[in-house]
Design a protein around this ligand. Structure first.
Ligand code: ADP
Ligand code: MG
Length: 482
């Protein structure tokens, strides 16, 4: 084993200081041999170069004087623990001795303590432990039962990572519904071009064309999608008000009900057009508003006589994309509300298989501030979905702007680079066991490296995300060719 340094100073139960003879990177795994428990896994949380150079001598140095500098490299390490005879991770109950040798941890110990050695039947392979050849596999049952968040700044690699996750869910035949505001996930149909990274990560390129179903309210723009419509007759009047963008139930519910009864009495197979005509015939300011809003709903073509059925939308073991590219924000909200509540209701009744609902740009659909139509159902799913086998995955570049109760329900968090201080604060508040050192590291993560918390692991770990088996659809548009 390679010795890297020695413990010095006061030694705590959770962390200790060490002098370093060999440069070690922040986040690297170390080990100390404990008298009673053998090798204990630790992680370097912080690094500092200490010197005897004071201000005065630094000044002299600046003026060309030759002055010797004594310096040492110091580290702060966090104790992760060891596996006891029952296989549980424990930390020693007595602090290590000052002067004890610290070694670079070898892979078998890292794998054993972190629980990385499994190549399990229910594991979603998302990448390799950073700087090691150890697979990071998230427990799929945990993902679906305990919710997931994917957090990073724009361009941080959220959509890429989500693509990796969906590939894994498809491989394991987990049913998924993906709210796709930018139409990025249709590329899951196509295999990626194979390169060196695929070999290094042991990933075979593959497309999922036959297992992707795509729907959109706007099929003229999104040509690969089938039309997504809702059935007018299965909507209750309150839901129809939501489609009409009218939140004032007190004023509009009764007149709308009356209108529906009148039109339904004449023709049970009425359409939105029939409602528009009937509202137009009526008089008074309320009916005028109803007429104007019904006219708007008519133009969206969201409400058809039949509507997209649940059987068309949800396919067992396959993925459905709800492509909202080019769709107005208010319509997006209505679509998400209706789909999320239909999935939740039918999951409760056991009419559809357990499934994973992915919401991209989730800060728009469940914001911390302001009211949007779909907030309530997403909050319900976050707090109660697990009881009914409805997993939620929220993806956002604004951790501070997404509803805190939703974020705190996500037991697995996949965090890529985040630099905004408010977002970092929100993340730190929602994750247990995130050290200051890790929070600092999140700000400097290179593209393709994620901090994984939860997912079946008891300690946060840095993971180099594996390459996509399918093509990534979220490439940024090139304004200038180089
Ligand atoms: N793990 C990765 N490996 C290689 N390239 C990546 C990886 N993650 C992201 N990228 C690249 O970075 C860019 C931004 O990623 P993307 O997932 O679209 O960001 P976001 O959704 O967070 O805005 C993409 O062009 C993608 O090709
Ligand atoms: Mg994205």
């Amino acid at each position: 084993m390679e010795e890297v340094g020695r413990i010095y100073g006061d030694v705590g139960l959770g962390q200790f200081h060490l002098t370093l003879q060999t440069p070690v990177e922040r986040g690297d795994y170390l080990t100390v041999n404990d008298e009673s428990h053998g090798e204990v896994l630790c992680q370097l949380d912080d690094l500092r170069r200490k010197s005897d150079l004071d201000l005065e001598r630094a000044d002299q140095l600046g003026r060309g004087a030759d002055t010797p500098i004594h310096e040492s490299l110091l580290g702060l390490a966090r104790i992760i623990g060891y596996r006891d005879v029952q296989g549980l991770v424990r930390v020693p109950t007595l602090p290590f001795r000052p002067g004890a040798q610290v070694y670079r941890a070898e892979e078998p110990l890292i794998a054993k303590v972190l629980g990385l050695n499994h190549h399990s039947a229910s594991g979603a392979y998302v990448g390799l432990l950073r700087n090691h050849n150890l697979r990071v596999e998230l427990d799929i049952n945990q993902l679906v039962q305990r919710h997931v968040s994917v957090l990073a700044k724009t361009g941080g690699g959220k959509s890429y990572l989500l693509g990796v996750l969906i590939e894994e869910l498809l491989r394991h035949k987990v049913t998924c519904v993906i709210i796709d505001p930018h139409g990025e996930y249709g590329s899951l149909r196509q295999a990626s071009e194979s390169n060196g990274a695929h070999a290094r990560f042991n990933v075979e390129v593959q497309g999922f064309a036959s297992r992707i179903h795509e729907y959109s309210p706007d099929t003229s723009l999104n040509e690969t999608a089938k039309p997504l419509t809702f059935s007018l007759r299965t909507l209750d009047p309150r839901e129809l008000l939501t489609f009409m963008g009218l939140s004032n139930v007190k004023t509009f519910l009764a007149p709308l009900k009356k209108l529906l009864e009148e039109v339904g009495a004449v023709n049970p197979d009425y359409t939105v057009k029939d409602l528009v005509r009937a509202a137009d015939r009526g008089e008074g300011p309320t009916l005028e508003v109803l007429h104007e809003r019904l006219d708007y709903v008519e133009a969206t073509q969201l409400l058809g006589p039949k509507g997209t059925s649940l059987n068309e939308l949800v396919h067992k073991g396959e993925a459905t994309l709800v492509n909202l590219r080019g769709v107005a924000p208010d319509i997006q909200e209505i679509v998400v509300t209706k789909i999320a509540s239909t999935l939740f209701d039918n999951r409760k009744k056991g009419k559809i298989p357990p499934l994973f609902l992915v919401v991209e740009e989730a800060h728009n659909f469940a914001p911390q501030q302001g009211v949007v139509t779909c907030s309530r159902i997403l909050k319900n799913i976050a707090s109660e979905g697990r009881k009914f086998g409805l997993g939620l995955c929220v993806v956002t570049q604004r951790a501070a702007r997404i509803d805190k109760s939703v974020l705190s329900q996500c037991t697995t968090q996949l965090i890529l680079q985040v630099t905004n201080p408010l977002d970092l604060k929100a993340i730190a508040q929602s994750i247990e066991g995130l050290t200051e050192g890790m929070t600092e590291m999140i700000q400097a993560l290179p593209v393709g490296v994620a901090l994984v918390t939860g997912g079946g692991y008891h300690t946060p770990l840095f993971c180099e995300i594996r390459p996509r088996a399918t093509r990534h659809g979220g490439e940024s548009v090139r304004i200038v060719e180089n």
